[in-house]
Design a binder for this molecule. Structure first.
Ligand SMILES: C[S@@+](CC[C@H](N)C(=O)[O-])C[C@H]1O[C@@H](n2cnc3c(N)ncnc32)[C@H](O)[C@@H]1O
Length: 210
C-alpha cells in the first residue's frame, strides 16, 4: 500500500510538533542511552558494524556510537526537527547519515549490522503495518546482524505522544519480530519521563538467523 502523501505529511507534522517544545521535554527523553549501549556490548557488536537507529529522533545514541568509534551510523526518522537535533548533537559528522523517511514505505538500499529501535515499533497497531516493518527489517539487516528493540511493557502506558500503542512482553515482542529473530537477551526498564512518571519498557536483543 502506497501511503497517501497528505497522510504522511500529517504524521511528520505530528512528530515535528512533539519535538518543537524541545528535545529534552518529550516523555521518551533520556540523557544517556544506557540500556542500548549495554545491549550493544552484550551482543558483541563491533565498531565497524553499520548501525541504523529506526525512529531515532533526537536520541543521544548516534553521538555515543561515534564516541565508541563507530564509523557508519544512520538515523532514520520521519521528523525533520528530530533529525536536525541529531545533526546538532553530532556536529554534522560525516560518519552519521540522517534519513528523513517513513519507515513503513522505506526501501532500504543497503544492509546494516545493527538495527536499533527504541519506542517506534509499539506505535504499529495494525498487522499490515507490522508486516511492513518486518519487510524493511529483513531487507536492511544482514544475515547474522543484530536487532535491539524496545517497546512499552504490558503494564506500561497505552498511549505515547497522544497515539495508541501496542504493549509487549518479552515473548510477544520476540515473536512479533518474526521467525528469523533469535533472542539473546531481554530486559525490563522503568523509564522516568522528564515530568517524573514511570514508563515500564520491554527490551529485546538478538540476531537475525543466517
Ligand atoms: C517515542 S519517539 C522515540 C525516539 C527515539 N528512538 C528515542 O529513543 O529518543 C518515536 C520516534 O519515531 C519517529 N517516527 C514516528 N513515525 C515514524 C515513521 N512512520 N517513520 C519513521 N519514524 C517515525 C518519531 O518522529 C519519533 O522520533
Amino acid at each position: 500500500v502506497i501511503p497517501d502523501r497528505r497522510e504522511l505529511a500529517a504524521v511528520a507534522e505530528h512528530w515535528d510538533s512533539a519535538y518543537r517544545g524541545g528535545p529534552t521535554e518529550v516523555s521518551w527523553y533520556e540523557t544517556e542511552p544506557s540500556i542500548s549501549l549495554s545491549l550493544i556490548s552484550l551482543l558483541g557488536i563491533s565498531a565497524d558494524a553499520a548501525a541504523i537507529d529506526i525512529g531515532g529522533g533526537g536520541s543521544p545514541l548516534a553521538s555515543r556510537l561515534l564516541d565508541r568509534s563507530f564509523t557508519d551510523v544512520t538515523v532514520l526518522d520521519i521528523s525533520t526537527i528530530a533529525l536536525d537535533e541529531t545533526k546538532q548533537q553530532t556536529r554534522g559528522d560525516p560518519r552519521v547519515r540522517c534519513l528523513q523517511r517513513d519507515l513503513l514505505s522505506w526501501e532500504p538500499d543497503r544492509r546494516y549490522g545493527l538495527w536499533h529501535d527504541r519506542a517506534y515499533f509499539h506505535f504499529l497497531i495494525d498487522d499490515e503495518d507490522r508486516r511492513a516493518y518486518l519487510r524493511a527489517l529483513r531487507r536492511a539487516v544482514e544475515a547474522g546482524g543484530s536487532v535491539i528493540v524496545a517497546t512499552f511493557a504490558p503494564d506500561g502506558p497505552d498511549r505515547c505522544s497522544g497515539l495508541p500503542v501496542h504493549r509487549y512482553s518479552t515473548q510477544e515482542l520476540s515473536r512479533a519480530l518474526g521467525n528469523h529473530f533469535q533472542l539473546v537477551e531481554s530486559k525490563r526498564e522503568e523509564h522516568f519521563t522528564p515530568s517524573g512518571s514511570v514508563q515500564p519498557f520491554t527490551w529485546v536483543a538478538g540476531r537475525i538467523a543466517d
